[in-house]
Design a protein around this ligand. Structure first.
Ligand SMILES: NC(=O)c1ccc[n+]([C@@H]2O[C@H](COP(=O)([O-])OP(=O)(O)OC[C@H]3O[C@@H](n4cnc5c(N)ncnc54)[C@H](O)[C@@H]3O)[C@@H](O)[C@H]2O)c1
Length: 355
């Protein structure tokens, strides 16, 4: 997971100012709403709910906004979640915690919250934010969950939170997410953390293509190395403040590895290459992901547009090639056919100092 935070600290009465340290007397508490309820949104709600139930600064209840869907049996998804305490569509078999309340009404879900967690596929974020204008309490803090790992079954994992200035706020968010099986660190590099989470999905598409063509681990490792290098170079070109050290946090190399070994982008790209590109990514996404969304293909397009607009095509051959394969302009085999020699990263790194 590679979340980053924005917002101001709400007015909170210090626990020290209460006459009693009884949990019930510590007011007001932070109220948390998760905006999104897909696979990762549900994992996040589960993690958070285990902490809000025991940490006095947080209100117990975690509200989770659900984009309403009708299940095959005709039941509403939000109702099924509240009845079974499981997201039966996106995270079946995992109890979320009784303090997780599914709410299909976006305005209602956010109106009491002063900590918001955004965790929807990125193509829906703009529309959701428009609907939220004027509906959120003043001084509400927000965090965006860019990427994470499969931790719902409580296997050990870790995450990075990027913050801009206020380390204290970042550490409170870390307390909200941290569990013995999920370690959270904070780094002062919002853009670096965001871009790691975003760009690694493009590299995962490349890794999946390599898998689909049975090219083996050495080729895949090479693609991951080139991908990491392009991730770092593009991040620094776009935001010179991005720190090299961020790429060594869990949001960087660790998330890249896990996504290239097992993520949904890798899986769909593998199927695309196995089918010689005859079936589109959209078709394969619908068939293989059961409603979950791919991020890598749309991100590759967005990255391609940025590179073309800035005239940086020649220095990011992997990113360019991934998009051209996704839209059928190049065959899957092109992922290993460009020459990395063409990429002069000393130019990239030099440029990063001046832009
Ligand atoms: N699953 C992971 O391991 C993981 C980890 C970290 C981060 N993320 C990120 O979290 C974000 C959410 O991913 P996810 O795995 O929770 O979702 P998902 O792909 O599992 O599910 C898709 C979600 O989108 C919702 N949806 C469908 N149409 C919608 C619409 N028109 N408007 C709003 N919502 C709509 C669905 O109801 C569902 O909740 C993504 O940006 C993803 O990159 C995912």
């Amino acid at each position: 997971m590679a979340p980053s935070i924005e917002g101001k600290r709400p007015e909170v009465k210090s626990p020290m100012s209460t006459t009693c340290c009884n949990r019930e007397e510590i007011t007001p508490r932070y109220r948390v709403t998760v905006v999104g309820s897909g696979n990762w949104g549900s994992v996040a709600a589960k993690l958070i709910a285990s902490n809000t139930a025991k940490l006095p600064i947080f209100h117990d209840e975690v509200r989770m906004w659900v984009f309403e869907e009708i299940l095959p049996g005709g039941e509403k998804l939000s109702k099924a979640i509240n009845q079974t305490n499981e997201n039966v569509k996106y995270l079946p078999g995992i109890k979320l915690g009784k303090n997780v309340i599914a709410d299909p009404d976006l305005e209602n879900a956010v109106k009491e919250a002063n900590m918001l967690i955004f965790v929807t596929p990125h193509q829906f974020v703009a529309g959701i934010c428009k609907r939220l204008v004027g509906k959120i309490k003043p001084n509400t803090e927000a965090i965006s969950l860019i990427k994470g790992m499969e931790i719902a079954v409580e296997k050990f994992s870790e995450a990075t939170i990027g913050y801009r200035q206020d380390k204290e706020v970042a550490q409170r968010w870390a307390r909200l997410f941290c569990t013995p099986y999920f370690l959270v660190s904070v780094v002062q590099d919002v853009e670096g953390v965001e871009l790691c989470g975003t760009l690694k999905n493009v590299v995962a598409i490349a890794a999946g293509l390599v898998d689909g063509m049975n090219m083996g681990n050495n080729t895949k490792a090479a693609i991951m190395r080139i991908g990491l290098r392009e991730m770092r170079a593009l991040s620094k070109l776009l935001f010179p403040s991005v720190r090299d050290s961020t790429f060594f946090e869990s949001c960087g190399v660790a998330d890249l590895i896990t996504t290239c070994l097992g993520g949904r982008n890798r899986k769909v790209a593998e199927a695309f290459a196995k089918g010689d590109g005859k079936r589109s990514f959209d078709e394969l996404e619908a068939e293989l992901l059961g409603g979950q969304k791919l991020q890598g293909v749309s991100t590759a397009k967005e990255v391609y547009e940025i590179l073309s607009h800035r005239g940086w095509q020649a220095i990011f051959p992997l990113f360019m090639t991934v998009h051209e394969i996704c839209i059928g302009q190049l065959p899957s085999s092109a992922i290993v056919e460009y020459s990395e020699q063409a990429t002069n990263f000393s130019i990239v790194e030099g440029l990063a100092q001046y832009c």
